[in-house]
Design a protein around this ligand. Structure first.
Ligand SMILES: Cc1ncc(COP(=O)(O)O)c(C=O)c1O
Length: 630
């Protein structure tokens, strides 16, 4: 067994050799140097574990570096591999390693398992690994292996049949059984005042019900970056890649696949997730080529989501935290929000999923039927108020100051933690290459800051090397940020927003104005605006190339068209337009456009249906006429 020596594994860690058998490692009374070697080895081990779950190709690539791993780690690592695929990848890796060509894992594991001391060490190793593999709930989901390691034989774990959930167990139970419900967590986050230019000692636990600082500033969720930095970029990339899109609770979600960067301390059992995020990054081939002479234009389809808008990303975080607070017996009657439609839809769905009462304040006759029907169908208490969004916002703030109703508007910084994962996801989808531009429609201006935060965090933790230039796109009828930008960021004035087809961003007094300015100033950002005609035409043109855009996405597309025309965005740039809602929520505006039924709008790209009599000749006449014209 000891002849096994060491196997080569990789990672980006420094070149180092620990070429000794387990006995040597166990018995030698090493000094600091020895401990240092152990630490390096363990770090390589964690990385390897992480990589194993990504498949054997990556594992093979790992062998090209020179770090070596003591044999004992092999047994430990197998105990971490919960799926047959992962074990297979690992074995393939071992067998392709020239130094252990004759290695038979089963035999080695048997021997290892028979050594009590090794077993005990494996268990202590598991303890030591907790920051990365347990708290981080690494991609191999230590799960039952973690709990079994101290007591049961490693052989049993290694040769166990692939993880299979008993018929009477759901995925939440499964996660709980695997010990993922109460992670030993070394990552943390807290509320601090959003005051980027001032030092402050003020901070609050995320378990407090608080929305503003002592001075009335908005709050920000601040992560312990130093703890996160203990794991390198490769670790995080592999971890995120290994989780997303699966059904393991809750990591299959695009948001919770990045849990350590979102709400690290929440118990998985408290999470309310509908497997949100992980949305399509659509290559806008025809629109880019024909309209803009671009071939690297993308649309991040955040609206192709559970409730049809990007709000799901933030709402899963907020409702999960409320769920946790309620379980902690904090006296909360329910969750409330003022909304231009999408927030109330997301809040109602997540609350309904968790059995938490939702109360929504909506401006009467200013949101689409599709948006209104969502909270109604999900059982929320819907108050339709004779005012605009800003009026609803004022009222909900007053109400939540009186009643124990948790405020879910985007001044609540928890939501931004979920929304920022869309930015991380864009990087991930481009294999961690940074686009040149990201264009985001803005109303209350939380989302533009969330995008900045996501990119900034990726940069801080070494996953990307720069932040893309951000563009905030506003409707010209609701453009306080645009006016502020044009005035050189001097004398911000709230405005009375006029009607716009982009009704969700019809906001004149954006709550996150300071956050947005910070995001734009730190990303060499730009603010652009779009008139009603520009935004509706942009929607129609995009739809004619296969999309089905909402008016807010139209605002972002119109901004792109302008910036491309004036040469700010170049033909060769890679640009991402953030589509914030599903077009099906806004069908009335499309019907009006294509019926040319909008006053003062030429509707240049309308494609109205042709009314034809129920007669073969009439049908043929129309086809001849239309097809020869087109
Ligand atoms: C569809 C849609 N797009 C864009 C936005 C703007 O996001 P924010 O208010 O964070 O700027 C909203 C917000 O309600 C929205 O619902």
């Amino acid at each position: 067994m000891l002849g096994l020596g060491a196997i080569r594994v990789s990672g980006s860690c420094s070149s180092h050799i620990i070429a000794r058998g387990e006995r040597d490692v166990c018995c030698e009374k090493g000094g600091e140097r020895e401990r240092e070697r152990e630490r390096e080895s363990e770090s390589a081990f964690s990385r390897m574990i992480c990589a194993m779950s990504s498949g054997s190709a990556l594992a093979t690539r790992l062998m090209t570096t020179t770090t070596e791993l003591p044999a004992m780690h092999i047994s430990r690592s197998v105990s971490f591999l919960t799926s047959q695929q992962q074990q297979y990848s690992y074995y393939s890796f071992l067998h392709t390693c020239p130094r252990i060509a004759t290695f038979t894992p089963t035999k080695q594991l048997k021997l290892l398992a028979s050594t009590e001391r090794i077993s005990a060490m494996a268990s202590s190793h598991v303890e030591k690994l907790s920051p990365s593999s347990v708290s981080a709930e690494n991609p191999v989901e230590c799960g039952s292996s973690v709990h079994d390691a101290s007591s049961s034989s490693l052989e049993t774990q290694a040769s166990a049949s692939p993880k299979k959930r008993p018929a009477d167990e759901n995925i939440r139970d499964e996660a709980r059984r695997q010990g993922l419900g109460a992670p030993r967590c070394t990552f943390s986050a807290k509320y601090v005042p959003f005051s980027p230019f001032e030092d402050t000692e003020e901070e609050y636990s995320l378990d407090e019900i608080i929305y503003r600082s002592k001075t009335g500033a908005l709050l920000d969720v601040q992560h312990d970056l130093e703890a996160l930095k203990k794991y390198d970029a490769t670790y995080w990339k592999n971890l995120f890649d290994s989780r997303v899109g699966k059904t393991s609770w809750p990591y299959g979600s695009g948001v919770w696949s990045k849990k350590e960067w979102v709400l690290p301390q929440i118990d998985n059992d408290d999470i309310v997730s509908l497997f949100e995020g992980n949305s399509n990054l659509f290559w806008a081939e025809r629109f880019g080529k024909e309209m803009l002479q671009m071939n690297d234009l993308w649309v991040k389809q955040c609206g192709i989501s559970h409730t049809g808008s990007f709000k799901d990303l933030g709402m899963t975080v907020l409702v999960s935290q409320v769920n946790r607070l309620r379980r902690m017996k904090k006296p909360l009657l329910g969750v409330g929000c003022a909304s231009t439609g999408d927030t109330s839809a997301a809040l109602s769905a997540y609350c309904a999923a968790a059995g938490i009462p939702a109360i929504v304040f909506l401006p009467a006759n200013r949101i689409s039927i599709a948006q209104l029907v969502q909270p109604i169908a999900n059982g929320a208490l819907v108050l339709s108020l004779d005012t605009d969004f800003d009026g609803c916002m004022r009222l909900i703030r007053e109400v939540t100051a009186e009643l124990p109703i948790y405020l879910a508007n985007s001044l609540n910084s928890l939501r931004l933690e979920g929304q920022k994962t869309a930015a991380i996801e864009i990087c991930q989808q481009f294999d961690w290459e940074v686009p040149d531009w990201v264009i985001v429609p803005g109303g209350n201006l939380g989302n533009i800051y969330a995008f900045f935060k996501g990119f900034h965090m990726c940069k801080e933790l070494g996953l990307i090397d720069r932040i893309p230039r951000l563009v905030c796109a506003q409707a010209a009828n609701a453009n306080p940020l645009y006016l502020y930008y044009k005035a050189g960021w001097k004398n911000f004035k709230a405005i009375k927003a006029s009607n716009t087809f982009a009704s969700a961003i019809q906001i004149g007094d954006p709550v996150s104005i300071d956050r947005a300015v910070f995001a734009l100033q730190n990303s060499d950002g730009i603010v652009e605006e779009a008139t009603e005609e520009e935004l509706m035409d942009a929607c129609a043109q995009a739809d004619l190339t296969g999309m089905f855009t909402c008016p807010h996405t139209g605002v972002a597309l119109a901004a792109l068209i302008k910036l491309r025309k004036n040469g700010v965005i170049r033909a060769t740039d890679r640009a991402v337009v953030v589509s914030t809602a599903h077009g099906l929520k806004f069908t009335q505006s499309k019907i009006d456009y294509h019926s040319k039924a909008i006053a003062d709008l030429p509707c240049k790209f309308a494609n109205p249906p042709v009314q034809v009599a129920n007669d073969f000749g009439a049908v043929m006449d129309v086809l001849r006429r239309e097809l020869s014209l087109r």
